[in-house]
Ligand binder design. Structure first.
Ligand code: SF4
Length: 316
């Protein structure tokens, strides 16, 4: 993969002392592991908006759909200032070619969901979205976004990183000269990955590509991108993955012995029942794809969607 993946991130997660109390929220997985493959674009809304370090902390108050950002002790409303800044900042971020964003959970500025919003009696409910995070997600509705807390969950982590890498591959495709051939090539290599997210969108994308000659190239790329990002917003499941694996097995009809076929089916079944992690059937499938030299399967991003060092697909 050429240039590194650009990922937006809440600055404090990188260990920068930008929090209201002068501290940080360093996340070692993000810096040491994922950090090897991405270039972070750090954003600290509160510092960049001009509030210093240390500063009085903020909280969200009022209507959960449209809360105010106020200082906790002096009760000063800084919503307008933050909104004005955030609207400009997302415009700038539009030039950064971001493939995703990692937010700091619980923050009244940066939290992506379940941020505390206080009612008029000072009672909190975890129903809000940080002021900057909301404006960011409205501006980039289809971009993969996550929070560092949710990324502790192996399934959510895998899903997020897979989407980010898929988007990076797509960005590399659109960076080249647009052509129907280029689009078909991307679609061919990513077909099974898309199928593992959404069989329905996979069908719609296949139809779109098949009509490619009749659609102006720019429109075709745009429609394809929308479908791709919509598909990647969904979740893969054991059931969907097992179906893709069975579909792949069909490519070896002639080559696998009855024993090998049986073994593969058993492994897929155990994966389906959460007895094996996905990496087990995939390793076997990769082995057969190479052994029997299956060019279509060998090229599938589904078999190698991201660096193995990230140790994804290892959970049950
Ligand atoms: S949560 Fe957001 S606003 Fe708060 S310190 Fe981190 S980056 Fe800055």
């Amino acid at each position: 993969m050429g240039n590194r993946i650009h990922l937006g991130i809440s600055t404090c997660l990188l260990g920068e002392n930008v929090r209201f109390d002068g501290g940080h929220k360093l996340d070692r997985f993000l810096t040491d592991t994922l950090g090897q493959y991405v270039e972070y674009v750090p954003v600290c809304p509160e510092v960049e908006c001009g509030f210093g370090v240390p500063r009085e902390s903020f909280r969200l108050v009022g209507d959960p759909e449209n809360p105010r950002l106020v200082t906790t002790r002096t009760n000063i409303d800084h919503t307008e200032r933050m909104v004005q800044w955030a609207r400009k900042r997302v415009q700038e971020l539009g030039k950064e070619d971001l493939c995703g964003y990692i937010f700091k959970s619980g923050s009244p500025s940066s939290g992506m969901e379940r941020v505390k919003v206080y009612d008029r009696n000072g009672v909190p409910a975890k129903v809000g979205v940080g002021v900057f995070a909301r404006i960011f997600m409205e501006h980039f509705p289809l971009l993969p976004v996550e929070e560092e807390g949710r990324l502790q969950d192996p399934k959510l982590r895998e899903n997020f990183i897979e989407r980010v890498f898929a988007l990076k591959r797509w960005r590399e495709t659109i960076a080249k000269k647009q052509s129907l051939g280029g689009l078909v090539d991307f679609h061919t290599k990513n077909k099974l990955l898309i199928l593992s997210y959404s069989p329905a969108t996979h069908r719609a994308m296949g139809k779109l590509v098949a009509q490619g000659k009749q659609i102006p190239l720019g429109t075709l790329y745009e429609r394809y991108q929308t479908l791709l990002l919509q598909a990647l917003q969904l979740r893969t499941t054991a059931k969907k993955n097992a179906n893709v694996l069975e579909h792949m097995l069909g490519y070896f009809k002639e080559q696998l012995s009855p024993d090998e076929k049986q073994e593969m089916l058993e492994v897929i079944n155990r994966y389906r029942k959460s007895l094996f992690p996905l990496i087990v059937p995939l390793t076997l499938m990769n082995h057969y794809a190479r052994k029997y030299d299956q060019p279509y399967l060998k090229e599938q991003s589904y078999l190698n969607p991201h660096p193995v060092e990230l140790q994804l697909r290892n959970h049950v």
